[in-house]
Design a protein around this ligand. Structure first.
Ligand code: PLP
Length: 342
C-alpha cells in the first residue's frame, strides 16, 4: 500500500497506485450487500466468473478535484451513475442506484482524502467504479452474482502532452460494432482497442481515431475520448453515432460552448475527407480532459489542424472554462459541482 509521503504529486502520470481504501458491494440473491470500505486491493473470485470469460464487465471514470481553498469536489457524478446504469442494462447486470453510486464515490474520496492532489497543476483523484459478473457460471448466460467496486488513484495527464498538441492516426480496425456496445462503457470495447492502440503508440501517435464501423468514412471517436472540432465559422462540431461513448466531458463542452462562449454547436457527421473545415480539433474525456489534436494521419495523409506545437485559442478557452469549473475557480451551471468536504 502506498504512503502519502511516497507520492510525487507534481509528476503524476496515469498509473495505478494501491491506495488505502476502496468500496465494495456484492449482489447476491437479488440484492446488494454493501461491504463498505476495504483495505485489500485484491479480489477473490471464481475461475468461472462471467467477467473473465464472457466480458460481463463495465466501468466508469470520474475525478475528485481539490479547490484553491482546499475543499474537495466532484464534477457531475450523477451522469456517471446514469451511464453505468445503461451499461449494466446492456450487459444484463444489476442496477446500482444513483444515490448508492454517488454515496460510494464520496466515501472513497473521503477515506483517501490525503491522496487528492493539491490545487494548482491539474492533478486530481481519479475514481474507477467497476462492476463484474462473478460466481460459478459455465454456460453463456448472465452471472448470478456481481461485485461493484470503486477504487481511486491520484493522476496527472493521460496523454503525455497535457495541453500541448499530440498527433493521432486513424485505425483500420473498429473498437465497436454498429448496434454493438460502443455506446456503453464496457470492457470488451477496450479489449478490441488494445491492439490498434498499441500500433498507434509504436508509430509515434498518442492514440488512434476510430472511423464509423459501417463505411469507415466518418470520425467516431478516439479510443478513450470523444472527438471535437472547431470550424472556420467558430462552430463546435462533434460526431453523433450510436457506436460512440457519450462522454460527460463532451456534453459539458457542448453546453459551455453554446451558453458561455456563445458558439454554435453541432452533433453530426464528421467526414474524414472533410477535415479542412476545422481550424482546431481535440480529444475530450475525464482522463484526457481536453487534449488538442495537432495532426491526424489517415491512409498516409497527414492533416494538421491548428498547429502541431501550439494550442488553438478556442480549445484554450474551453479548457480554461471547463477546468475552472471543475476546480472551483469559476461557477458552473447549476448542479454540476458536488462538494465532498465542507
Ligand atoms: C470514458 C470514455 C470517454 C470519455 O467519457 P467522459 O465521460 O468524458 O469521461 C470517451 N470514449 C470512450 C470510449 C470512453 O470509454
Amino acid at each position: 500500500m502506498v504512503k502519502k509521503e511516497d507520492v510525487d504529486f507534481n509528476n503524476l502520470g496515469f498509473d495505478y497506485l494501491n491506495l488505502p481504501y476502496r468500496y465494495q458491494a456484492i449482489y447476491r440473491d437479488g440484492d446488494w450487500q454493501e461491504e463498505g470500505l476495504l483495505t485489500d486491493n485484491e479480489m477473490h473470485i471464481s475461475e468461472a466468473a462471467t467477467a473473465l470469460h464472457y466480458g460481463q464487465a463495465d466501468f466508469e471514470g470520474l475525478k475528485a478535484y481539490r479547490t484553491k481553498s482546499g475543499q474537495i469536489q466532484l464534477f457531475r457524478p450523477e451522469e456517471n451513475a446514469h451511464r453505468m446504469q445503461k451499461s449494466c442494462a446492456r450487459l444484463l447486470m444489476p442496477q446500482v442506484s444513483t444515490k448508492m453510486f454517488v454515496d460510494a464515490v464520496k466515501s472513497v474520496v473521503r477515506a483517501n482524502a490525503d491522496f487528492v492532489p493539491p490545487y494548482g497543476n491539474g492533478a486530481t483523484l481519479y475514481l474507477r467504479p467497476i462492476m463484474i459478473g462473478v460466481g460459478d457460471t459455465l454456460g453463456v448466460h448472465p452471472a448470478s452474482e456481481y461485485i461493484f467496486r470503486i477504487f481511486a488513484v491520484p493522476v496527472g495527464n493521460y496523454f503525455k502532452g497535457g495541453l500541448t498538441p499530440t498527433n493521432f492516426t486513424t485505425s483500420q480496425y473498429d473498437r465497436a460494432a454498429h448496434k454493438g456496445t460502443g455506446q456503453n462503457k464496457v470492457g470488451g470495447n477496450y479489449a478490441a482497442s488494445l491492439m490498434p492502440g498499441e500500433q498507434a503508440h509504436q508509430n509515434g501517435y498518442s492514440d488512434c481515431v476510430y472511423l464509423d464501423p459501417i463505411e469507415h468514412k466518418k470520425i467516431e471517436e478516439v479510443g478513450s475520448a470523444n472527438f471535437f472540432g472547431i470550424t472556420k465559422d467558430n462552430v463546435f462540431v462533434t460526431p453523433k453515432s450510436d457506436s460512440i461513448l457519450p462522454s460527460v466531458t463532451k456534453y459539458s463542452l457542448l453546453y459551455l460552448a453554446a451558453n458561455n462562449l456563445g458558439m454554435q454547436t453541432k452533433e453530426g457527421d464528421v467526414f474524414i475527407d472533410q477535415l479542412d473545415q476545422f481550424t482546431e480539433a481535440g480529444a475530450c474525456g475525464t482522463a484526457a480532459v481536453i487534449s488538442p489534436i495537432g495532426a491526424l494521419e489517415h491512409e498516409g495523409n497527414v492533416h494538421v489542424f491548428y498547429s502541431e506545437t501550439e494550442v488553438g485559442p478556442v480549445t484554450q478557452k474551453l479548457y480554461e472554462l471547463l477546468t475552472g469549473i471543475q476546480f472551483g475557480d469559476i461557477e458552473g451551471p447549476k448542479g454540476w459541482i458536488l462538494p465532498v468536504t465542507e
